[in-house]
Ligand binder design. Structure first.
Ligand code: ACO
Length: 374
């Protein structure tokens, strides 16, 4: 007989993993033994990707090889580019991303399944997601077609693909840090979705398609876009109290606050807050930062809740000129590393993930002929 139901699988230990550890009471996030604060200060997104996939930090040669490999895998098959071009210009970018990831499997079957080529699939997906977003966004924004550009890190290439200009050092580093912070987070909803799919021995592209679908929801990756909408709705610092009180009185959730695992401030939010200020200062625009700080004060005072990662990330992207509806897809371009690292781990020690439910519906019913049913 099934045991007690844990709604939302809260606190359920579903599997063993060597990838990521979250200490929700102390507010610590560890990737493969390294504190996220150390990584964010002293590493790059590519180093973190290597760490998550291979379990150790790369030496200089390994890092250069990985950078070269990612650069070499950025092109999207011509047929898929045409498919993306047929999608409506007003489509939700997360729908575009999910559709494109799913379609990629058709063009890359040899990199798809469990086995030694799975790591190639992981790197391929990581390399192409910025290109897919860039191609889609440039078309709808009437920007020139995306031309290949050598020598750009993943962060710089992502900004180049979306903004049609090469970012400066501070902009690149801000996004590099944001990508590192988003790369993995244990069994969050989208990673769990990826692992469930992989646990059926399905391929990597299917697993990442499941994950993109899960990330889209406003309780998960979609929250960063909602935070930006909240900032626009509030407008000025003097309106924060009134709007936040109104929302809490209506029992609405304030997006960007609370977390299933962290009981103190999300360490990623602490780091991104600094970057939100730094980028605001560099752009001569501290409006978002000041609004965010005031909202954080009021929500903490009223509800005891702390901001999560999604609270500050949007302000950084917005100041760089990234449109709001691309915030969650940008999140995906980083989390794809975590999803695929978890899928590779799942393939190594595979056990079909198949929980049970407690049945609480009716029993003992008999089928009445359709003509006699009310
Ligand atoms: N605003 C207002 N109240 C909140 C919020 C919030 N953002 N988050 C939690 N609460 C309240 C709940 O109303 C509840 O109060 P109650 O007991 O009086 O009803 C209490 O805190 C506990 O909330 P739960 O929903 O049980 O907490 P859970 O662990 O399920 O929620 C979640 C985690 C979904 C992230 C929640 O905090 C939330 O909805 N936050 C807003 C969305 C968001 O920012 N998501 C991004 C998460 S980080 C990420 O995915 C990258």
């Amino acid at each position: 007989m099934p045991g007690e139901v844990q709604r939302g699988l809260e606190d359920v230990v579903a599997l063993e993993s060597k990838i990521c550890f979250i200490d929700g009471r102390e507010g610590r996030l560890i990737y493969r033994g390294y504190d996220i604060r150390d990584l964010a200060a002293n590493a790059s997104f590519e180093e973190v990707a290597y760490l998550l996939w291979y379990g150790r930090l790369p030496n200089a040669t390994q890092l250069a090889e990985l950078r070269g490999r990612l650069e070499g895998l950025r092109a999207v098959p011509e047929e898929l580019l045409q498919e993306i071009a047929t999608l409506p210009a007003g489509a939700d970018p997360m729908d575009v991303l999910r559709t494109a990831v799913s379609a990629l499997a058709v063009y890359e079957p040899e990199r798809s399944g469990p086995g030694p080529n799975a790591i190639d699939g992981a790197q391929h997906l990581t390399a192409v997601l910025p290109t897919i977003l860039g191609v889609y966004h440039r078309r709808r924004a009437h920007l020139p077609d995306l031309e290949p550009r050598r020598g750009l890190s993943q962060a710089a290439y992502l900004l180049y693909a979306l903004l049609d200009r090469e970012p400066n050092e501070l902009e690149t580093r801000a996004v590099d840090v944001a990508l590192m912070l988003h790369a993995d987070h244990d069994l969050n909803a989208s990673t769990f979705a990826a692992r469930v799919t992989a646990s059926t021995l399905s391929d990597l592209y299917s697993a990442v398609t499941s994950a993109v679908g899960a990330l889209k929801g406003p309780l998960h990756g979609g929250a960063n876009e909602r935070v930006m909408e909240l900032l626009e709705q509030i407008g000025t610092v003097d309106r924060v109290e009134e709007v936040v009180h109104g929302k809490l009185a209506r029992r609405e959730r304030i997006m960007g606050f609370g977390h299933r695992v962290y009981k103190v401030e999300d360490p990623r939010a602490t780091i991104l807050r600094t970057w939100s200020r730094k980028v605001g200062e560099a752009k001569g625009n501290l409006r978002y930062y000041e609004l965010l700080q005031r909202i954080a004060e009021v929500v903490h005072r009223e509800k005891g809740l702390y901001p999560n990662l999604d609270f500050y990330s949007g302000s950084v992207y917005a100041l760089l000129g990234v449109p709001t509806d691309l915030f969650t897809p940008v999140f995906a371009t980083s989390r794809v590393v975590g999803w695929t690292a978890h899928v590779l781990e799942e393939y190594e020690d595979l056990r079909l993930i198949r929980p049970v439910s407690r049945y609480v519906g009716p029993t003992g019913l008999s089928v009445v002929p359709v003509s006699e049913r009310p």
